[in-house]
Ligand binder design. Structure first.
Ligand code: NAI
Length: 784
């Protein structure tokens, strides 16, 4: 049976545009500015112009930031209940005007009305309701945290209003004020939202909206008055933002691209999986960061599954997005259509088979038919690049391990789907996939209560859930951090240059510690370490790039540590503490000799306590069971980040080392540590403690030498997942952030400020554990 056309009326939306003279200024301090230099927003389904928008200037961004800054204390002072009431009112108004928003979004973006009406708008309202709740509970549930301040938020065009709500709702709830930039293709629903803010009683300056292209984004990113940036968009721009903000102290979350696997095992309900796949890759024309764009199907059911899929593709309807019976609408802009066509043509040229159902493509606007590519090699461009269109690339696998290996064969790590009727298999595979979200027997589920965000080059930070709230909060203990202590210049200067005759002196040198073994430095150089009185104490190896490489390899080989039980990891930490205690006097004497500290004994005791502290946490840093509105559960797992490079502080050389290494290994990470450059000997003395504490080889690797040089190597190494630097070097920390952009590693840097390593508030707690972990949300629907 054919469906007749069922067009949604655009009368109200067109009237709203007319009411504004189809021209918009900027929304700053609850006022509309006079329109400035204009650019057009068009309907991608028929290329008709909808309205003109203002390209904001640098001084417009200045005004927006100033308004946000001025409004922040008042917004904070309104209190959790005050903010909750405003946000609740926003949610109500969004619901009331849902149809107008949905039609406007469809006109502006080209996505089907079925999606804007049934998916985007309900989720938008849900985000404001849910986060109104966090505002209400903030004082109780986040008592040790405060709002970050003024946040800059930049979003793409694929879910214009939904991304707005993901960004603005948690930021407002936490007490921040906002400078928001929609994507230049799709700004209209943000303009309508601005009006709703005024109606809902959002105080002036809390939400400011500036429109324009990437230049406006850059002005926000570089603005000194911004305390935090939240970006969703391409990995390429995410990298630029990481570089631009390096060393600025701005908090950053990046939600970037993906090439998400959709895994179908042979025992899956194949019909349900086909429907899941339709949602996964053809929802929003595939312009979805977490689109299931790589089908991995078990070889034994491949032919059957692909036959079902092709038959289903033949039934997909493509046409006017305002028609309620359409499955596939228009692409956002001709530029995307050309990009997608180029990638599909290249696959054809490489001999891939390209299947597209026969469908009528409208004469105007930008369109692309649903497409299935088979026969691509795993390294083909279509198998690796984010196509961001309705194009599925199918491959097969034989065994579960092969499925996992193929799933992880990408630089991205945003999402994955696993389809099988075998719960043991599903729950075995889900943790092995490097992705921030795993959907089991379902696809593309989103909710305000569940965290969303990536691993690897898909970015860092989470949106939604308790985990998402932390992105807009700062631990109060950060405010109490002292000025950076000045490391004794003398000791540092003497330590800097490799000792003359180092190669000769090597046998008297404390070696490096790699894979559980003491190793000579590759360069065969060493450096002299002097005490507080300037006298020579010992030499340590001068580690180089090759040593780091070996250490990283050893750390990867120790992957079993991540799978060890948390009870087991805790036991090892307790054992290290016990063995350190047994040699407490020796360590205290070493610290005193190196630093001249009168508190050396206290430092050893504090280090032992810190080991106990993180041993205690190892099996208590539980994840969460979120309850989104579905018949099922979403389990938020705290997973280790992987291999972490750590550059330790010079002050408190033992306590600083332990305070960084212990939380990392407690949660299952493996580490490559550069101990204090000036006072490394209490770290090299630990080798024997580790050797006698059942710590598996390769979990902790220690490379002594130049902090700057080794940090640089850690930050650029492609197999390291995160770098922490806490030696008080502002320039060094900035460099780590800048260099980490290449592979988008996570970073945790102390900057120029110091840290009271004795204070658990400053050097312990969930804020530290959050750096040592990343949250994976596994969606598990109940029932059949
Ligand atoms: P984009 O990353 O350039 O744009 C996203 C947002 O960033 C827009 O608001 C844009 O104005 C802004 N922007 C651009 N340059 C900036 C800069 N230097 N500094 C600050 N902000 C800047 O993405 P675009 O060009 O719209 O799409 C290109 C490709 O990126 C797509 O084909 C797709 O592959 C990918 N993409 C991925 C998205 C995701 O959610 N993962 C979303 C949008 C695009």
């Amino acid at each position: 049976m054919e469906y007749g056309p069922a067009p949604e009326s655009t009368k109200e939306a067109q009237a709203w545009l007319e009411q504004h003279g189809r021209t918009f200024g900027l929304f700053i301090d609850n006022q509309w500015s006079e329109p400035g230099e204009l650019f057009a927003s068009t309907n991608p389904a028929d290329a008709a112009k909808l309205a003109d928008l203002t390209q904001a200037t640098g001084s417009d961004v200045d005004r927006a930031v100033a308004a946000a800054r001025a409004a922040q204390p008042g917004w904070q002072a309104l209190g959790g209940h005050g903010r909750a009431k405003v946000m609740y009112s926003l949610a109500r108004l969004m619901q009331k005007h849902a149809r107008l928003f949905a039609v406007l979004e469809t006109l502006d973006n080209g996505k089907t009305i079925r999606e804007t009406r049934d998916v985007d708008l309900p989720l938008v309202a849900r985000h404001f309701y849910y986060h109104a709740g966090w505002a209400q509970l903030q004082a109780e549930e986040f008592a040790d945290y405060r709002a970050v301040g003024v946040v800059g938020q930049i979003v793409p065009w694929n879910f214009p209003l939904l991304m707005l709500s993901w960004k603005i709702a948690p930021a407002m709830a936490a007490g921040n004020t906002i400078v928001f930039k929609p994507a230049e293709f799709t700004s209209l629903t943000a303009m309508l939202f601005a009006e709703i803010c005024v109606q809902a009683g959002v105080p002036a300056g809390v939400v400011n909206i500036v429109t324009g292209d990437g230049r406006v984004g850059e002005a926000i990113v570089n603005h000194p008055g911004i305390d935090k940036l939240a970006f969703t968009g391409s990995t390429e721009v995410g990298r630029l933002i990481r570089v631009a903000t390096a060393g600025s102290g701005k908090k950053l979350s990046l939600e970037l691209g993906g090439k998400s696997p959709f895994i179908v095992f042979d025992d899956a309900d194949l019909d349900a999986a086909v429907e899941g796949l339709v949602d996964s890759i053809w929802f929003n024309q595939g312009q979805v960061c977490c689109a299931g764009s790589r089908l991995l199907v078990q070889e034994s059911v491949q032919d059957k599954f692909l036959a079902k899929l092709r038959a289903r593709m033949d039934k997909l309807t493509l046409g006017s997005p305002l028609d309620k019976s359409m499955d596939i609408g228009a692409l956002v802009d001709p530029v995307q259509q050309q990009r997608i066509a180029g990638l599909v043509d290249s696959a054809r040229a490489e001999g891939c088979e390209v299947y597209q159902p026969k469908c009528e493509i409208p004469a105007n606007g930008s369109w692309f038919p649903p497409t299935l590519i088979t026969g691509a090699s795993t390294s083909a461009a279509v198998a690796q690049a984010e196509i961001f269109g309705p194009v599925l690339v199918a491959m097969s696998f034989r065994t579960p391990p092969e499925a996992v290996q193929l799933a992880n064969n990408t630089v991205y790590g945003l999402a994955a789907c696993v389809w099988t009727e075998n719960i043991s298999l599903a729950l075995d595979v889900a943790p092995q996939i490097k992705a921030g979200v795993v959907w089991i027997n379902t696809a593309n589920q989103f909710d305000a209560a569940c965290g969303f965000g990536g691993y690897r080059e898909s970015g860092f930070g989470r949106e939604g859930g308790r985990e998402g709230m932390y992105e807009y909060l700062t631990a109060k203990s950060e405010d109490a951090r002292p000025a950076s202590p000045v490391v004794e210049a003398k000791a540092k200067a003497k330590a800097a240059a490799p000792a003359a005759g180092g190669a000769f002196a090597i046998d008297r040198t404390a070696k490096l510690y790699i894979g559980g073994k003491q190793a000579r430095p590759d360069g065969a150089y060493s450096r002299a370490i002097h005490g507080a009185d300037g006298a020579f104490i010992a030499e340590v190896g001068e580690g180089n790039r090759k040593d780091i490489r070996n250490a990283v390899e050893a750390a990867h080989k120790a992957g079993g540590w991540a799978k060890a039980t948390s009870h087991n990891r805790a036991q090892v930490l307790y054992y290290i503490a016990e063995n350190l205690a047994a040699r407490g006097e020796e360590f205290a004497a070493r610290i005193a000799a190196m630093t001249g500290s009168k508190n050396a004994e206290k430092e050893v005791q504090a280090s032992i306590e810190r080991l106990f502290y993180y041993a205690a946490w190892a099996d208590k840093y539980d994840g969460l069971a979120h309850q989104p509105p579905m018949h099922g559960i979403t389990v938020a797992l705290n997973e280790p980040v992987g291999v972490i490079g750590i550059v330790c502080p010079n002050e408190a050389p033992l306590l600083g080392f332990i305070s960084l290494v212990a939380p990392a290994i407690a949660l299952g990470n493996r580490v490559v540590v550069v101990p204090s450059e000036a006072h490394p000997l209490s770290a090299t003395d630990l080798y024997q403690v580790f050797d006698t504490s059942d710590l598996p080889d390769g979990v902790v690797n220690i490379i002594t030498g130049s902090a700057d040089e080794l940090a640089r190597t850690l930050a650029t190494h492609s197999d390291i997942d995160a770098v922490w630097r806490h030696d008080g070097s502002a320039e060094g920390c900035a460099e780590v952030e800048r260099l980490s952009a290449t592979s988008l590693k996570r970073t945790w840097v102390g900057g120029a400020k110091g840290r009271d390593w004795y204070s658990t508030a400053q050097s312990g707690g969930r804020a530290v554990l959050a750096h040592a972990s990343q949250v994976k949300n596994v969606w598990i629907p109940y029932g059949v």
